[in-house]
Design a protein around this ligand. Structure first.
Ligand code: 5GP
Length: 188
């Protein structure tokens, strides 16, 4: 997706050999027009699949997932990182080690929003080690729903997440692949 590549080149900040900061359009301030185009692109890439719901994890996946849900006309669920008392006891839970925060969190979805009849598209902002995606897969597996695929805005292809998903036979669509972040440069 050319526009996204150009935006990363213009506004992305390389914080280290493994972390790219895109706070000005995706992770803190959000560009709605770009998010809309990303949603349209995911909808196009998964147009031949039957999808009943989109699953993401709070917080940075929500904007992209919402725009994709708008295009596909399906509900969007975001797994919560802090279980609210209002969620009740009937929940599915996945475990995620956060690459950026260096801590493990449980992510939770209320059982009433996922069932064995659902066909799920997982959407997230970044794919790095694959922890977040695997936490969401655990949730989908517990519900008995079917995984249709995973859509990622920015994949850091030098980390293991992409291979992990492909080894599981999951259809993976990434809009931009980053091959290297060394010496302060983004190599796509
Ligand atoms: P993973 O679980 O695949 O290691 O990482 C996925 C999650 O970590 C994403 O949802 C994203 O929030 C965060 N993340 C991983 N790498 C980066 C990065 O280079 N930059 C930013 N901004 N977030 C990242």
């Amino acid at each position: 997706m050319e526009e996204l590549k150009q935006r990363i080149m213009k506004d992305g900040q390389v914080l280290s050999d493994s972390i790219l900061k895109v706070d000005s359009f995706l992770n803190h301030q959000i560009d709605p027009l770009l998010m809309h185009k990303i949603g349209q692109e995911f909808a196009y890439r998964f147009k031949d699949e039957i999808i009943t719901k989109i699953l993401t994890v709070e917080s940075s996946g929500i904007a992209v997932a919402l725009m994709t849900g708008l295009e596909l006309n399906v509900p969007v669920i975001f797994a919560k990182k802090k279980k609210a008392t209002t969620m009740g006891k009937e929940t599915y839970t996945g475990k995620v080690y956060s690459f950026t925060r260096k801590e493990s969190v449980n992510i939770t979805v209320a059982k009433k929003y996922l069932s064995s009849e659902d066909k799920i598209l997982i959407i997230d902002d970044f794919l790095a080690t694959g922890e977040a995606a695997q936490g969401m897969l655990q949730i989908v597996e517990q519900s008995g729903a079917e995984i249709v695929g995973v859509g990622i805005v920015i994949e850091k292809a030098f980390q293991k997440g992409g291979n992990l998903l492909k080894q599981k036979g999951i259809k993976l669509e990434t809009l931009v692949q980053i091959n290297n972040l060394s010496q302060g440069q983004v190599e796509m």
